[in-house]
Design a protein around this ligand. Structure first.
Ligand code: AMP
Ligand code: MG
Length: 329
């Protein structure tokens, strides 16, 4: 049982941990923000056209970019998907609740608005106590894309969500800072092969331990057949570049007000206005969990340029590099 905190009201948006208030709004086909272990999501009943359309409108999300469905447990999988391959069940058993999204053949009851007209649906069980308790109280799964406007930095706190949507949202369920801090990994299935569509907070290495080799297919097209993994995404408002040499990039841009996004070591250049170290212990999981919050802070420093370091290309380093390469497009 979760303790219900007093809620804060900011310009008519409730920021609260009162799950029943969120349920009431969702039951009335409204949209609320919910915490997950990855990032905050904008949740709506998957069977409500009104709620689904509101999600797209709030995010200014193009209608070709489908939503991820969140279910309370593997036992609800048959409500949204059919013809589930053995490898998908193995992965669900191994990683749910958790940050792994499966692309599966959709049930006919799942609307084209959820799937952007595709015959497949993206589905996962989130691993956050508040999200799970909410889902258990609902008679339907929720669609919950990240609670940020299209292409901007994903939110990892209730405050980030509030800053994006302000009074456009009636309620934000506050579940603290997201532990994983980057989105779920997305995989699909084709001819007995497992295909990676998006790097995320479940590492490829962990997935391969369960089902063997994964084929990597990251499609950058605008309206791809598989995930809507857009080239430009996760972007701060401040211009951002990635570099192999922080020192050289600082020299090259010495006339600008610069901020740095670094892996493990502080930079001693006195001209640097703001810097964010993602993990002093060189822990890539910790670095990933701090990535978006650090970008939000840098974006508030009134900088002319953010220079980001390239991260080691293994484990969560691959996910960080993926997000930063899209942020810099
Ligand atoms: P987000 O909105 O940040 O939660 O991202 C959701 C991701 O899931 C996007 O990259 C979508 O394109 C992807 N996705 C959702 N449904 C499908 C689907 N049926 N097939 C492929 N990708 C999907
Ligand atoms: Mg997103």
């Amino acid at each position: 049982m979760l303790v219900v905190c007093n809620y804060k009201i900011k310009n008519m948006t409730l920021i609260t941990s009162n799950i029943n208030e969120a349920k009431e709004l969702l039951d009335n086909e409204d949209v609320v923000a919910i915490p997950t272990e990855t990032v905050y999501g904008l949740a709506g009943n998957i069977f409500s056209e009104k709620a689904l359309k509101k999600i797209y409108a709030l995010k200014s999300r193009p209608s070709y970019n489908p939503l991820i469905v969140h279910i309370k447990s593997i036992s609800d999988l048959h409500l949204v998907a059919c013809e589930i391959p053995d490898k998908a069940l193995k992965l669900a058993d191994a990683f749910w609740p958790g940050p792994l999204t499966l692309i599966l053949k959709k049930q006919p009851t799942i609307s084209d608005i959820v799937t952007a007209g595709k015959q497949t649906v993206a589905v996962r069980v989130p691993n956050h106590p508040i999200a799970l308790e909410l889902l258990k109280k609902l008679d339907y799964p929720v669609a919950a894309p990240s609670a940020n406007p299209f292409t901007s930095i994903s939110p990892t706190t209730a405050q980030h969500v509030f800053e994006f949507f302000n009074s456009e949202l009636k309620l934000i369920l506050d579940g603290g800072s997201c532990i994983k801090g980057v989105e779920s990994t997305i995989v699909g299935f084709l001819d007995n092969e497992v295909i990676l569509y998006r790097h995320g907070s479940t590492s490829i290495e962990a997935i391969e331990k369960v089902i063997g080799k994964v084929k990597i297919f990251i499609n950058d097209d605008v309206a791809p057949d598989a995930p809507g993994m857009l080239k430009k995404h996760y972007s701060p408002k401040t211009p951002i570049i990635r570099t192999d040499s922080i020192e050289e990039s600082i020299k090259l841009h010495s006339n600008k007000k610069i901020g740095l996004l670094l892996f493990n070591t502080e930079n001693t250049d006195l001209n640097i206005e703001c810097q964010e170290i993602l993990s002093k212990d060189s822990d890539l999981e910790e670095a990933a969990s701090n990535l978006f919050a650090a970008l939000h802070r840098l974006d508030k420093c009134k900088l002319e340029l953010i220079i980001a370091e390239k991260f080691p290309n293994k484990g969560q380093g691959k996910t960080i590099n993926d997000r930063l390469s899209r942020a810099t497009k």
